[in-house]
Design a protein around this ligand. Structure first.
Ligand SMILES: [Zn+2]
Length: 376
């Protein structure tokens, strides 16, 4: 199959215009929003720090600063134009996460927002490498912070009915030793905290690939941790091959896979889940538009694609909105949205028994709520 590259135009896809017309005149946006909200789904690529809304940042600043940031200033901070600007804003926000209670608040607000969108399970990246960096690598600081996160998780499970797993994320362009500290902590805490499901590598791919982390990934796997990895966001398909070669089970972004048909075939044959984040890629300049994102071509090629929000507060979107954009911009039908939701459950690290429950609910929600309107 010929795959479109990221910079293909919306006009290249005939469904786009048809769906825009259909959405405008026969399927009110409120109706499809409700369909999406009621669809049980998992969010698999979401950074805790990137889910901190400007309003929460103001709240945190009021706790810490003599002259707290205003809402307008907070909103301005989130308006960046390229990947480097995004990294700077991310750094400024994480600087407001000082005490365990700050993390607890940020996590709780994030979980409330997830539940409101019909997310039933989320696997959330915690930038443990950044936590250490801000605290001069003091080994004693992490446990109290993690205890705050766990309080939020348990509260969300009890009050909102949502399950959360944590993925400890290291910053790839720091040192291998710093990543080792992060992954070792995950392995050390996991026996007492099974909510720590895996590890990941974020940061600037252009500066450091995956190969230096081969031994650490093998050790993490030995410790029972699942392996995710950001790859092919700002780099070419060779970065995705490299991520696969060190045992990465899920690939975050994977935008550049579209440039390599052999890689696409490999991802399909192995059913490697892809954590796609279209709006994130548009906002950081990786893709010129949502229409040009390879989501549709990957889906049509039979890849195990999932839709995610990455850093929803920074990118002005969220998972429900990504589903809505997939429908309105890339012509995903309700049946295809249901398949995306099912993919998110299949690609999660939930036990198979829990996956079966959610997959059955997705199927029944579809057949009971939209029977008779199976087209777009
Ligand atoms: Zn990410």
């Amino acid at each position: 199959m010929l795959l479109r590259r990221c910079h293909a135009s919306a006009q290249d896809h005939p469904r786009v215009n048809n769906v825009t017309h259909a959405s405008r005149y026969t399927k009110p946006v409120t109706e499809i929003r409700e369909f999406i909200r009621q669809l049980p789904k998992a969010e698999l690529h979401l950074h805790l720090e990137g889910a901190i809304l400007p309003s929460t940042l103001v709240e945190l600043s009021q706790r810490h600063d003599k002259s707290p940031i205003t809402l307008a200033e907070a909103e301005a901070l989130y308006r960046f134009t390229d990947f480097s600007g995004f990294m700077l804003a991310f750094k400024a926000v994480t600087g407001q996460l000082i005490h365990p209670e700050d993390y607890e608040l940020a996590a709780w607000r994030m979980m409330q927002r997830l539940a409101a969108q019909g997310v039933v399970h989320a696997e959330v990246y915690i930038s443990v490498g950044v936590i250490y960096l801000w605290r001069n690598h003091d080994p004693a600081v992490f446990e109290p912070i993690f205890a705050g996160l766990e309080r939020a998780r348990e509260r969300a499970h009890a009050e909102l009915g949502i399950t959360i797993y944590w993925i400890f994320d290291a910053v790839r362009h720091f040192t291998v030793q710093e990543a080792e500290r992060v992954f070792r902590k995950a392995a050390e805490l996991r026996p007492a905290h099974p909510s720590i499901i895996g590890i990941g590598l974020g940061g600037d791919e252009r500066r450091t690939g995956s190969a230096p982390y081969r031994a650490l990934y093998a050790q993490a796997r030995e410790a029972g941790l699942r392996l995710t990895n950001h790859a092919g966001e700002t780099t070419g398909p060779e970065a995705i091959w490299e991520a696969l070669s060190i045992g990465s089970e899920r690939i975050g972004h994977a935008v550049s896979a579209t440039q390599d048909s052999t890689l696409v075939q490999e991802l399909k044959t192995r059913s490697v889940p892809l954590e796609l984040n279209p709006t994130s890629n548009v906002r950081t300049g990786v893709c010129p538009s949502f229409a040009a994102h390879p989501l549709r071509s990957y889906f049509d090629a039979g890849l195990l694609v999932t839709l995610n929000s990455d850093d929803p507060a920074f990118f002005g979107s969220d998972i429900a909105n990504e589903f809505l954009l997939a429908h309105s911009v890339q012509g995903f039908t309700r049946e295809e949205l249901r398949q995306l939701a099912a993919n998110s459950i299949r690609a999660s690290f939930l036990p198979e028994s829990e996956k079966a429950v959610w997959l059955s609910r997705i199927e029944s929600s579809y057949t009971t709520k939209v029977a008779g309107s199976r087209s777009v």
